[in-house]
Write a protein that binds this ligand. Structure first.
Ligand SMILES: *[C@@H]1O[C@H](CO)[C@@H](O)[C@H](O)[C@H]1NC(C)=O
Ligand SMILES: *[C@@H]1O[C@H](CO)[C@@H](O)[C@H](O)[C@H]1NC(C)=O
Length: 454
């Protein structure tokens, strides 16, 4: 019976896996951001949301040309709100280049942002910026480098006893004990001795005998200290070591994510959110992607029962949605799971709007809970030309049309007006697509925010 059952089930399994393969292709929401290239993820959970700080690779970069840092946030791990430029190089009057991999950490009701930048006329140094709000504005906390030894990629960890540590390095690995104020330190800079027992063996490189390369990220779980890092330049993979204290000794544990093609660097970040563990990294998976035009992505994973981290492959599907998105409250146009063709910009009404909209572009918002059904849709829009239309479609950008909202010219790209249209057939929980249509070669309109009503 077992045999006949499995023979009977085989074709069904094939059909199912084909369907699931198709579904995960359709649902492909990794990388997280498609409007620009992003790199060096630094996630932090705060107030029921995941805030994702990233670097920004300029379009068409052929080296690490990085001038500003970006912020995105999500309450459901699939729809990410763009907050725009959270800080740029001019924050540090003493720096001139290289807005590279940093991390934000909350403490004392403030937010501290540690970043590597090049000191004007000097070498790579670590600066620290501070803000009263996680979304900024951030300002230089001390007006000079916190440390300067030509090395990069700071990560900050606060132990249970309140002692904070900042680790950084490439090619070395260093730490200091930060004071309670988070902007000064006690004692001197310590160098962690890179042993193969602590950080694995790199083959055939006498100068760098261990796998440690850069991008350390330190945290603690169930009494174990984890240091995850980028290994083995220059086709980096992500590895980790564990320690019995914040300053080691460290024991090498192995590979988390193998190297993966278009981007020769990688950078890890791990957070716990809503009872699930999430692993952030970057790749070169967007069109035009390369080692200098990277994109941040995320996977969920489960620790093994002994606390070790499994190997995590990168996927185009990403994690499952946490809960659903409520369409009956104001949602920002720049909250999206995926998009095609659009960009974001600073809005005259505060925050960010979606622009660069051409005929055929779309925004996907995943897992929208319409419930018994929506009756109407309102959108805040502006157009210096003749506008166009927002088609409301379910399931895909060519899926069922449940409403069409005409957008008129409003007399300016930042002269906003609210338009409303009726909606028919939007029930249950659906992936919602805003499909933009119109004629002409100029952009159609800008899109600020939206809301359905019952
Ligand atoms: C950098 O940030 C400053 C301060 O927020 C702002 O005035 C300036 O326009 C920004 N520059 C760029 C190129 O974004
Ligand atoms: C996860 O999120 C869902 C949906 O918002 C919520 O119902 C649930 O209680 C959360 N679970 C945890 C463990 O936080």
């Amino acid at each position: 019976m077992g045999v006949s059952k499995s023979i009977f089930l085989a074709p069904l399994c094939l059909i199912l896996s084909a369907l699931l393969g198709l579904a995960s292709f359709v649902r492909a929401d990794n990388p997280i951001v498609q409007t620009i290239y992003t790199a060096d993820p630094a996630p932090v959970v705060y107030n029921g949301r995941v805030y994702l700080f990233t670097g920004h690779d300029e379009d068409g970069s052929t080296t690490f040309t990085m001038k500003d840092w970006r912020l995105f946030s999500s309450a459901d791990m699939v729809n990410w709100q763009h907050h725009g430029i959270a800080m740029n190089l001019t924050t540090f009057a003493w720096a001139d280049l290289n807005a590279w991999a940093g991390q934000v950490i909350p403490r004392n009701g403030k937010f501290y942002w540690y970043v590597p930048v090049r000191r004007r006329g000097g070498s790579m140094a670590i600066g620290v910026a501070v803000s009263n709000s996680i979304t900024g504005p951030y300002s230089d906390a001390i007006g000079k480098p916190l440390v300067e030894n030509g090395q990069i990629d700071p990560t900050v960890f606060i132990d249970d006893d309140g002692q904070a540590y900042m680790y950084w390095g490439n090619p070395g690995l260093y730490y200091v004990k930060l004071n309670q104020d988070m902007t000064s330190y006690s004692g001197s800079v310590s160098q962690i001795t890179l042993t193969t027992a602590g950080f694995g063996t790199r083959n055939g490189n006498a100068e760098r005998p261990t796998t440690f390369e850069e991008a350390p990220w330190v945290y603690k779980r169930n009494g174990v200290y984890y240091m995850i890092y980028a290994a083995n330049c220059c086709s980096e993979d992500l590895r980790y070591s564990t320690g019995t204290s914040a300053v080691g000794p460290w024991t090498y544990k192995g590979v988390i994510m193998p190297s993966q093609g278009a981007s020769f660097t990688n950078h890890p970040g791990i957070v716990e959110f809503n009872g699930t563990s999430y692993f952030f990294y970057h790749n070169g998976a967007l069109p035009g992607g390369s080692g200098y035009t990277r994109s941040v992505a995320v996977e969920n994973f489960k620790y093994n029962s002994d606390g070790t981290i499994p190997q995590i492959p990168w996927t185009s599907g990403g994690p499952a949605q946490v809960g659903t998105l409520n369409p009956y409250v104001r949602q920002e146009a720049e909250t999206m799971a995926w998009e095609q063709g659009v960009e974001t910009e600073v809005s005259s009404e505060g925050g960010i709007d979606v622009g660069n909209i051409n005929n055929g572009d779309y925004i996907k918002v995943r897992g929208v809970a319409f419930g018994d059904g929506a009756k109407s849709f309102s959108a805040r829009v502006a157009s210096a030309t003749n506008g166009g239309s927002i088609e409301l479609r379910l399931g895909s950008s060519t899926g069922t049309l449940v409403g069409t909202c005409a957008v008129p010219g409003t007399g300016g790209w930042q002269t906003y007006k609210t338009v409303t249209c009726s909606v028919n057939g939007a029930t249950g929980t659906q992936d919602l697509f805003f499909k933009f249509t119109g004629s002409g070669t100029d952009f159609l309109f800008n899109f600020e925010y939206w809301q359905f009503s019952k």
